[in-house]
Design a protein around this ligand. Structure first.
Ligand code: CP3
Length: 355
């Protein structure tokens, strides 16, 4: 049965699709030789400011793999740079903030984000959508907690001690910071959708550092606010983090707000169990996205194929499944192996059964 509709958008909306849709977090990037070729000599943040380059890089994995969605090539810190914060993305390390945010005075250095600061983003989105045809573009933003983690720590951190110490030790400052970041995150999502993105994903990559009660009290209302910024635009919203097994029910409807259509599940929780937690939290069935362990991309082909089929079988036991990795494509992944995964997913005949 061919509906001619995007399988990705159908599944996000809880509707039937011809096949299990697949895309990969970090599908554009260093694992692709064509990416390394066009990025040569161009720093990461600079590359995000050139709409032609952003368009080319966003389209590369769609052309190569035939994935069911494109994700906008940018970074979670791009909107922070757009409001004037001094930061860089250091190859092999990640975002580094020149002056970390630790005090009320530091917070006052972070202005609100206005759409006119994002013309490089909206120009690129329009160019991409014009080239993509029927393939949907996913817009994204970093969630307030994950953005705060970079700002407070000053860069990547294994344990997020400073971030958690601020959240618990100075809740007024913490909530003021997250309110500001929710505005920035929401405005970044909104700009992408208004320019033509068909769906959004909120990345709360590091929020698994918190227990569920901490998530509820310190984070959830701000993530809900970021997602609510596109509530009137009728696009499906995916909410993703890693190490979030204990948080999935809350992330399915943060602060009790119905603002999530698809729940991202990392590789630590089977998809059908993730779908059960989503339903418990949201009070309704949600589609799930995930969750092949990226490490399996390095395993022998038979082991990989078996693992892909296990993910697909667990996905069949959910209300709807978007195939993805449990986290981003590692820079050393072999594009031929990713192609193998896409082909396996597309060859699968879904035997959907409501749970
Ligand atoms: O293909 C895509 O997924 C779209 C583009 C995208 C990038 N970053 C490009 C990028 C997306 C969606 C992101 C989001 C992002 N950025 C997240 C959330 C997703 C996740 O992985 O959890 C986070 C935490 C960041 C912060 C960040 N930016 C990190 C940790 C790194 C890696 C540092 C490194 O070099 O290993 C970056 C840099 C980055 N963002 C690269 C790319 C393609 C690599 C930079 C390069 O190629 O020079």
């Amino acid at each position: 049965m061919l509906t001619g509709k995007s399988p990705y958008l159908q599944v996000c909306r809880g509707l039937p699709a011809d096949r299990v849709p697949v895309w990969f977090m970090r599908q554009a990037g260093r694992s692709l030789p064509e990416y390394r070729a066009v990025r040569a000599g161009v720093p990461m943040l600079e590359s995000c400011r050139r709409p032609e380059l952003v368009t080319e890089i966003t389209l590369q994995p769609v052309r190569r793999y035939g994935v069911d969605a494109a994700i906008f090539y940018s970074d979670i810190v791009v909107p922070l740079a757009a409001v004037g914060l001094d930061l860089d993305i250091v190859p092999g390390t990640g975002p580094v903030i020149a002056e970390p945010v630790r005090t009320r005075a530091d917070l006052e250095r972070i202005p609100e984000l206005h759409p006119d600061q994002l013309t490089h983003v909206t120009d690129a989105v329009r160019m991409i959508v014009a080239e993509l045809g029927d393939t949907p573009l996913i817009g994204f933003a970093g969630a307030p907690f994950t953005l705060a983690s970079y700002l407070v720590e000053g860069g990547p951190s294994r344990d997020l001690h400073r971030t958690k110490a601020m959240a618990h030790g100075d809740p007024d400052l913490w909530h003021a910071l997250l309110r500001r970041l929710a505005q920035i995150s929401g405005a970044f999502l909104r700009a992408q959708v208004e320019a033509g993105a068909s769906a959004v994903q909120l990345f709360d990559s590091w929020v698994g550092a918190l227990p569920a009660d901490g998530y509820r009290g310190l984070v959830a209302p701000h993530s809900a606010a970021a997602l609510a910024a596109v509530a009137d635009l009728d696009v499906p919203r995916t909410h993703f983090g890693t190490g979030t097994g204990e948080l999935l029910a809350d992330m399915a409807a943060p602060a009790g707000v119905d603002c999530v259509d698809v729940l991202g599940v990392d590789f630590r929780v089977p998809l059908d169990e993730g779908a059960r937690r989503a339903r418990a939290g949201a009070g309704r069935a949600l589609a799930v996205q995930g969750n092949l362990d990226p490490a399996l991309l390095l395993a022998p082909a038979d082991v990989l194929v078996r693992a892909v089929r296990e993910v697909l079988a667990a996905g069949d036991r959910t209300p709807g499944h978007v195939f993805n990795l449990g986290h981003g494509v590692p820079p050393g992944a072999d594009p031929g192996v990713l192609q193998r995964v896409v082909d396996e997913v597309h060859a699968w005949t879904p035997a959907r059964r409501e749970v």
